[in-house]
Every structure is written in structure tokens, then in C-alpha cells.
Design a protein around this ligand. Structure first.
Ligand code: 2HG
Ligand code: ZN
Length: 465
């Protein structure tokens, strides 16, 4: 055992969670101090790992008393620097990962209560074993936690079918900056007794409260899945067919797009074989999920839409789960393949569906005008108008390209963040797509709930002018 810390705050934290769960050793802290991309990092006074709501409340209170900021962190899969210490300021990282209980699934109502630190994958396993499923799915499912997913109102790959995280939350329990606990878990599906905490906290990015428990509504488990990867000459065909599939296929679960450059990066990084004999400029991955009785009808419908389309160049269809996983890997492994090539600038944006193609045509020029040698990798959730703009070959600290791309998005009536949040990455640009009145109201809520600015300072809201 190391020597007892002389710092009164650290001593108080050790008294609350036990010395072994107050990480002060730089080597132990390191994994909590840097974000997934490696672009955002800072130093924490300590990483504290409470295991109950009462411990979270006591930790927040102790930090508030000592006037030390609290940085809530779930699976640390966020991509906008919202869950790691900011450079030049110190705080305590409050890791929720030990709040990882997954309660028994209520099989008659399709509900489950889980700790905020439960990884999505563990909740999916529990739901599926009970004949249900979680309506949200993400590539980072094994690390991303429920609490972080509520705090960012996570999207992911099934939004086209089931909507975002907020749609699935029946109730939350959370600790405010003064250490008080609000919300109710288990909650009720219908409860019109005033402001709902899930609504207040969705998208608050740890600035208003530390979520401690989540009561989740599940969706019916669908056992018949079909996955197809379709190659096209251009993204215009991808966008057109994506719209058509949404209108035609009630079983549509996912509609994901990527391009030749991203596929090349994935193949270089993973060693996966080419999905087709030839390379094509643009790809669409389609997943259908339905009951066994409806499966044949839905796959026939998919085939007939594809047959009608002159832009389709090649199609690969998965016959089983392993085949589906193989096709999904080309899409899901984009993030790690890009990371392996350098520290990316990530601009997760949404465009109105009818401007998507124009955006993909204009964004290369916007980037090249500033940094001709930068590499642009685009992919995303085409069914939601959500493009992940990844730019490699830039100085991690220079946001000129970021700003130009976000300005382009704003000028096209898009959103500067589709699903990753604002974090520290985009707070200076928040006013591009939120009005002054919006920002003033968000600031007022923050001030009312956290007047001393204890929770996640420097995230989401721009500095006051
Ligand atoms: C995904 O869709 C994630 O895989 C990550 O939102 C996107 O790496 C990215 O830019
Ligand atoms: Zn995404």
C-alpha cells in the first residue's frame, strides 16, 4: 500500500470509496485521462471509482466542498473530449464503471434497470437472453455505458428504426452538483408529474448531474436478420436508394454508408479481403430484422428494390450470423482503422437528407482549401443524414479545418453534432446551429442546477462573451 495521501480531498475520497478506488498513480490514471482518439487529454487530481449512488453523492459533495471540478466518465468512448480532464485545469474524474449492475429483465413489460456504468453490450446480452433487445446499438457497445449514452443522447446504428437513447429511457436516477439525488428508478412508463429528468439530462454531457441508474424500455427481440452490402458508382445512388428502402421496408434496422477510401483504410488495418472482385466508389450496408414469418417477404422486397436500381454494381448477402459480422466489420472497423493511421479530427454532422449528396461533394474542397494533403474519410448513418467526417494529417491542436467544415454544415442547415455531442471539441461552434436564446436558456439551467460550476466545466457551453 502506498503512503496515505496528505491532501484532505484525496483523504476524504479514500474514506468514501476506499483507497484502492482512488487512483492517483499516473500510470493508473492514464487510461482515464486521454480520450479514445488521443486528441483530447489532460491531468486529473485522481480518478475515483464509486460503487453506489450514495458513494457518488458523497464524492460529488466532497469535491464541491473543496471547489474541485468533477468530470463524470463512463466507458470513455466519447469522441469530443467531454469525459476527460481539460488541458490546463485539474479535476477529479468520477468513473461510473463500477456502477455496472444489470437488474433482472422484466419479461412481461420488457424493461430493465441497470447501473449507469453498465456497458451496453452487457445490457444487450441480458435483454436477448430474456427474449427482448435494446433499441440502441453502437460499434463501441462493449465499452460505452448506459449513463454516458443518456448523457450524450447516443444515436448509433439503429436510429433509423428505433430512434435515439432518449426514446428508450423510462427513468433515471442522478446526483446533482450539491450531492442531492433526483429522479426515480424504477420509474413508470407514464408519469406526467412535471419535468422529466431523462429529458433534462439527455444531451447534458455530464454538466448538470451524474447519472447513476437508468431504467430502460426494451424492444422485441427479432430473430430473423438479413445483411446486405451493396456497391454503387456514386453516393447519389446510395442516398437515393436509402430513401426508397426506408419507404419500402418495415423491417429496416440499419442503413450505413461508406466510401472507397474508408474501405481501403479498413482493409489495410484489418487484413480483411475485398468484399467484391472490383473496387467501387460508394457502399451501402443494409440490415433487416423481423420475425421468422416475415423474413422471406422482406428480403424479397429488398431484392426487388435493388434489382430496379441501375446504380447497383455488386451485392453481397450474408447467409448467417458469421457472414453478417463479416460484412458489418467493413463498416464498424472504420473508427479503429482511422485511429491506427493517426490522430483524427472527427466531425460528426447531420445534413437534411436532400443536402447529403451536395455536402459530400463540397466537403473535400473545403478541407483541401486549408490543408491540401489532408486525408478525408467519410462514412456514417445515411438513414439519419449523419455523416462522420474524419480528417487525418492535421495538427491535433489546429481547429481551422474543423471550423470550416462546421461552417459549411451550418450554411447547409445541418447540425454540427449528430450523435457524439459537443464536448470541448465544438463548444466554440455551438452558436453555429443553436440560437442565442437556446444557449442562454441552457446556461440558465446550468446555473440553476450547478451554480458553482462543479460538474464538467468547460464542456458543452461556450465561454460567456
Ligand atoms: C460510428 O458510427 C461512431 O461508428 C464513430 O459514431 C464515428 O469514428 C467516428 O467518426
Ligand atoms: Zn456513428
Amino acid at each position: 500500500m502506498g503512503a496515505m495521501s496528505p491532501d484532505p480531498l484525496l483523504r476524504a475520497l479514500e474514506g468514501i470509496v476506499g483507497a484502492v478506488h482512488v487512483l492517483v498513480d499516473p500510470a493508473l490514471r492514464a487510461g482515464f485521462e486521454s480520450d479514445w482518439t488521443g486528441r483530447y487529454h489532460g491531468r486529473a487530481l485522481a480518478v475515483v471509482r464509486p460503487s453506489s449512488t450514495a458513494e457518488v453523492a458523497a464524492v460529488v459533495r466532497a469535491c464541491a466542498d473543496a471547489q474541485v471540478p468533477v468530470i463524470p466518465q463512463g466507458g470513455n468512448t466519447g469522441l469530443v473530449g467531454g469525459g476527460v480532464p481539460r488541458p490546463g485545469s485539474t479535476g477529479v474524474v468520477l468513473s461510473t464503471r463500477r456502477l455496472d449492475s444489470v437488474g433482472a429483465v422484466d419479461t412481461s413489460s420488457g424493461e430493465v434497470v441497470a447501473g449507469a456504468g453498465a456497458p451496453l453490450g452487457a445490457v444487450q446480452d441480458a435483454a436477448r437472453a430474456a427474449g427482448w433487445d435494446v433499441g440502441v446499438d453502437l460499434a463501441s457497445r462493449d465499452s460505452a455505458t448506459l449513463g454516458g449514452m443518456v448523457a450524450t443522447n447516443a444515436g448509433g446504428e439503429h436510429v433509423v428504426r428505433y430512434g435515439r437513447m432518449r426514446n428508450h429511457v423510462i427513468g433515471v436516477e442522478a446526483v446533482l452538483a450539491d450531492g442531492s439525488t433526483v429522479g426515480r428508478v424504477p420509474a413508470l412508463r407514464k408519469d406526467a408529474t412535471g419535468i422529466e429528468w431523462a429529458g433534462v439530462l439527455a444531451g447534458s454531457e455530464g454538466t448538470l448531474a451524474v447519472i447513476t441508474q437508468v431504467h430502460l424500455a426494451l424492444v422485441a427481440r427479432l430473430d430473423a436478420h438479413a445483411v446486405a452490402l451493396v456497391a454503387f458508382d456514386d453516393f447519389a445512388s446510395v442516398a437515393r436508394i436509402a430513401g426508397e428502402l426506408r419507404a419500402t421496408l418495415p423491417s429496416l434496422l440499419a442503413l450505413e454508408a461508406f466510401f472507397a477510401g474508408g474501405l481501403r483504410r479498413v482493409r489495410d488495418h484489418t487484413g480483411l479481403p475485398s468484399p467484391f472482385a472490383d473496387d467501387w466508389p460508394a457502399y451501402l450496408l443494409v440490415e433487416l430484422a423481423t420475425s421468422a414469418e416475415d423474413a422471406a417477404r422482406e428480403t424479397e422486397r429488398l431484392a426487388s428494390v435493388l434489382d430496379r436500381h441501375s446504380g447497383v454494381r455488386a451485392t453481397a448477402v450474408a447467409e448467417d450470423e458469421a457472414g453478417a459480422a463479416r460484412l458489418w466489420a467493413y463498416r464498424d472497423r472504420h473508427t479503429e482503422a482511422i485511429n491506427a493511421a493517426g490522430v483524427p479530427h472527427k466531425l460528426d454532422v447531420t445534413l437534411p437528407h436532400d443536402r447529403l449528396v451536395e455536402f459530400t461533394e463540397r466537403v473535400p474542397g473545403t478541407v483541401a482549401a486549408i490543408e491540401p494533403d489532408a486525408e478525408l474519410v467519410l462514412f456514417g448513418h445515411v438513414g439519419d443524414g449523419n455523416i462522420h467526417v474524419n480528417v487525418l494529417g492535421l495538427d491535433p491542436d489546429d481547429a481551422t479545418v474543423d471550423h470550416a467544415v462546421l461552417q459549411l454544415v451550418a450554411s447547409m442547415h445541418g447540425s454540427i453534432s449528430a450523435e457524439h455531442g459537443i464536448g470541448i471539441a465544438k463548444r466554440r461552434e455551438l452558436a453555429l446551429t443553436r440560437t442565442d436564446a437556446d444557449i442562454a436558456a441552457m446556461r440558465a439551467i446550468k446555473h440553476a442546477l450547478d451554480p458553482e460550476g462543479v460538474l464538467n466545466p468547460g464542456v458543452l457551453l461556450p465561454d460567456p462573451r
